[in-house]
Design a protein. Structure first.
Length: 137
């Protein structure tokens, strides 16, 4: 590092920020290609991504959000979660109502109120005989 002047170092840092890391090896391209290969099986048929979608953008300025924009984004996310929760609750209630209607219809069709009438309950035969008890004595 002693062979570079302060001015050279500033130029190298500025070049790296604008165009990526200096040198022959471009790991950003390599990892962008890897990202494309990882994502492609999970896309819908006919959809493709480009290398630019996965490549690191050097030298681009970040969007600075105002506090109001941040608050609006957080409120949108919260509203979306609430909508999803309400939808899940409605689906659960609808499924429960369907089950209750099916149960009521079944009870109307059977004379014993939905339970099978098997008559007097007889003991079930055992699959193997019980072992003989030993007398204490």
């Amino acid at each position: 590092m002693e062979r570079f002047s302060e001015e050279d170092m500033i130029r190298m840092v500025a070049y790296g920020r604008l165009y990526g890391p200096p040198g022959p090896e471009r790991f950003d391209i390599l990892f962008a290609r890897l990202g494309m290969d990882v994502v492609s099986p999970h896309l819908k048929a006919g959809k493709k991504t480009s290398l630019d979608d996965h490549k690191v953008k050097w030298g681009e300025e970040k969007k600075v959000q105002t506090p109001e924009q941040m608050l609006a984004a957080a409120q949108n996310i919260t509203a979306q979660f609430k909508r999803q929760e309400k939808t899940a609750q409605r689906r659960k209630q609808a499924a429960q109502q369907r089950r209750e209607k099916q149960r009521a219809a079944h009870e109307q069709q059977t004379p014993s109120g939905g339970r099978r009438n098997r008559g007097a309950s007889a003991p079930r035969p055992r699959s193997r005989p019980r072992p003989a008890r030993k007398k204490e004595g």
